[in-house]
Every structure is written in structure tokens, then in C-alpha cells.
Design a binder for this molecule. Structure first.
Ligand code: SF4
Ligand code: SF4
Length: 389
């Protein structure tokens, strides 16, 4: 019974977090929000540009690997604890129970529940206030409304398929067929106590997956624990413990796939930390001109080099940059050396260097140094060869 209470608490917390996360803000953004129009992911107060996709990709891989580690070690607990399908079906069952088995009421509540679920899902991509406004205006052309319609159609179709979806179509269930090992936690019948079974079949009636563990362990088991509790309720009248238990041991955690996954998760976490320590908010590059020849002469013997400076600004605000070109002898004068780059933008500015003979006859290199004016601690320096005839 304690297990069922624990399971219900985790399920309720999952639902609560799913629905309130778009309303909890850190640094003015929801704790998880995919801002497609501005090409940004907001996560726990950190804004990641899609151009820094490596962080998003690595983060996603780590989440998937953690999910796999839980599955390899603890079996299909996700299905019983947090799967939206299980939550929707439990809601339907609960309503049917309190409406004296009225199937229409159960289905109606399930369809309303899936509509609220679709709204919750789209709230991770579009602010809930915008969605509500578009619903009130019946703006069917709005992208967030189209998203809700598509999400609602998919979620309700899956929910109406009932447990048949879990048994026949769920990709996670299929995947678990190859992920599960003999050491993965699963509900098991204690065959050595078979003599205590009174053949009441309550365990089978309680199973959402229609499994009879008395016929052997099943890969379809979602570790919901219903059979354990159903048998416990029956046998406690005979002062005997339940005939089922979860087969979990130290080997569940020390088996090779479990350890291999933990190693990969640790390595990838290390990579993400290292990358974030070397991350800079700007990316600066000095490129040859594409409009003009790399070099020409001005006023006889002044060498002209034509460049472009490309600057990417990943800050939340616009930034101005100042470019200085140095040689061992003197700085080279640049016309209009200040560049303004909007937040999230990549801007390219052409510039011309007029290099006197006193420099290019003695030195082959010049050093570009770019300073961010507002973000004072940022400087980018690169040495390039002078374009010579
Ligand atoms: S066998 Fe038991 S633990 Fe597994 S799904 Fe059925 S009721 Fe749940
Ligand atoms: S609920 Fe327990 S006693 Fe009843 S059939 Fe299942 S295992 Fe046997």
C-alpha cells in the first residue's frame, strides 16, 4: 500500500510540475521554454541560442541516457509513474468509479483532460497568455492554436486506444524488450509459495496490462505494483504476505549496461561543463573581402587590404564593438571602426586597411583586436598575414 501511495505522490508531482512549469519564471523566462521565433531555449534561467546547438544536443542526449539508465535498472517504472497515457487512463478509471461505471462520463473527462494536456504541452512553445488570447479570439490561423489542435488530435487518439496502444504501438515498450536484462527490476511471483495462492485472480484483474505473473515474468510489466497490493489485500485476511515482490538487487545497479550508461552520462556531463567554461557570448571572425580584390594600391605605394569582420552576438542586448589593427610599428587607421550588432544577430561589416610601405616592407603580419564596448571583459585577438602582391 505504501508503494501505491509513493507512486501516486510521484504521479501527482509529475502532473503538477508539467502544468505549472510554464508559469514559473527565472530571469523573466519560464523554467523551460522553446522560443522558436527568437531561436532560443530557456532552461532554469539560462538562455541558449540554437546556434549553440551543441549544448542542447548534449543536454538532450544526457536526459535520454538517464532515462535509459532508469529503464535498464528499474524497468518500466516511467510507464507506471509518469507516462501521460497511464495518467489519462487512471483519470478515466477514477471518474468511471465515481460515476457508477458510466463510460460516457469517463470518456468525456478523458477528452477534456487531453485538451488541457494539449494546452499544457503547447505552453512550452508559446506563452499561455498568448494561447488564451487566441482561443478567445477564435484565431484558428495562429500557430499556437494549430499546435494545440494537432497535439489534441494525437493525444486523444492515443488515449482512446487505451492499453492497446501500450501493448501494440508504444515505441518505448518495444525498445524495452531489448533493454531489459535478467537483473532489471520487475514484479515477480514467488513460485516457492504457490501453495498459498487461493486462485482468486484478483492480481490479474488489478493488472492494467492483463498479465498473469503466475505464468512467469512478463516484459510487458510496467512495475505499477497493483498485483502486489491486490494480493496483499486478499492474503492479509489469511495473515499471509503478498505473493509478489519487486526483484531488485545490487546487480540491478552493477550490471554492465547500467555501469556503461553511468560512465557515458558522467563523461558527457564533463564535456558540457568544459564547453560552458570556455563559452563566449560573441563570435568574431576576420575574413577576406568578397566584393573587392584582397589587395590594391592607393596613392602610389600605399597597400590597401580589404576585409570583412563577422560578429555574432549571443547576448540578450545589442552590443557595440571597436576594432583596432596593430603592427609592431604602429596601429593602422580604420575608417568607421565601431560596429553595432543586435542581440542574437550575426552581422558582417566590410573594412579597408591602408598599410604604408614602412610597415608592409618590414612586417608580414597584422593583429586584429576587437573590444566589446558594453561587455568590457571581452576582447578577441587574431593575427593575420598581410595580403601582399
Ligand atoms: S504484472 Fe503487476 S506490476 Fe506488472 S503491470 Fe501487472 S499489475 Fe503492474
Ligand atoms: S491475488 Fe494472490 S492469491 Fe489471488 S490469485 Fe493472485 S497470487 Fe493468488
Amino acid at each position: 500500500m505504501r508503494f501505491i501511495h509513493f507512486r501516486n505522490i510521484i504521479t501527482s508531482l509529475t502532473v503538477l510540475i508539467f502544468f505549472i512549469a510554464p508559469y514559473i519564471k527565472i530571469n523573466n523566462y519560464p523554467i523551460l521554454f522553446l522560443d522558436f521565433p527568437n531561436l532560443k531555449l530557456h532552461f532554469l534561467g539560462i538562455s541558449i541560442w540554437f546556434t549553440d546547438g551543441i549544448f542542447i544536443a548534449l543536454g538532450l542526449i544526457i536526459i535520454i541516457l538517464i532515462f535509459l539508465w532508469v529503464s535498464v535498472t528499474l524497468g518500466r517504472v516511467f510507464c507506471a509513474f509518469s507516462c501521460p497515457q497511464t495518467i489519462t487512463l487512471n483519470l478515466r478509471k477514477w471518474v468511471k468509479k465515481y460515476t457508477k461505471n458510466n463510460p460516457v462520463a469517463g470518456t468525456l473527462v478523458m477528452l477534456i483532460g487531453t485538451a488541457i494536456g494539449a494546452f499544457g504541452l503547447v505552453s512550452y512553445f508559446s506563452p499561455p497568455s498568448d494561447i488564451l488570447q487566441n482561443i478567445i479570439n477564435l484565431d484558428l490561423q495562429a500557430n499556437n492554436i494549430k499546435g494545440i489542435i494537432v497535439a489534441y488530435a494525437i493525444i486523444s487518439a492515443i488515449a482512446l486506444a487505451d492499453r492497446r496502444f501500450c501493448k501494440v504501438a508504444c515505441p518505448y515498450a518495444k525498445f524495452m524488450l531489448i533493454m531489459q536484462s535478467p537483473h532489471t527490476m520487475t514484479a515477480t511471483y514467488q513460485f516457492n509459495r504457490d501453495v498459498d495462492c487461493i486462485r482468486c485472480s484478483k492480481c490479474v484483474y488489478a493488472c492494467p496490462m492483463d498479465i498473469d505473473l503466475k505464468e512467469g515474468d512478463s516484459p510487458d510489466c510496467i512495475n505499477c505494483g497493483n498485483c502486489i497490493v491486490a494480493c496483499e489485500n486478499i492474503l492479509q485476511r489469511l495473515k499471509k504476505p503478498t505473493l509478489f515482490h519487486f526483484s531488485i538487487s545490487r546487480k540491478s545497479f552493477t550490471q554492465l549496461p547500467s555501469i556503461a550508461l553511468l560512465v557515458v552520462i558522467t563523461v558527457l556531463t564533463g564535456v558540457i561543463i568544459t564547453l560552458s567554461l570556455t563559452w563566449t557570448p560573441f563570435k568574431v571572425d576576420y575574413l577576406p573581402s568578397i566584393r573587392n580584390a584582397n589587395f590594391s594600391y592607393y596613392d602610389g605605394d600605399i597597400l590597401v587590404n580589404n576585409y570583412r569582420i563577422s560578429i555574432e552576438n549571443k547576448r540578450e542586448s545589442d552590443e557595440s564593438f571597436y576594432l583596432i589593427v596593430r603592427t609592431p610599428l604602429d596601429d593602422i587607421n580604420i575608417q568607421s571602426p565601431v560596429y553595432i550588432v543586435p542581440s542574437g544577430g550575426v552581422s558582417v561589416f566590410p573594412f579597408e586597411l591602408r598599410i604604408p610601405p614602412s610597415i608592409y616592407r618590414h612586417y608580414s603580419e597584422i593583429t586584429f583586436t576587437t573590444y566589446a564596448i558594453k561587455t568590457k571583459e571581452y576582447t578577441h585577438e587574431q593575427t593575420k598575414n598581410i595580403f601582399l602582391p
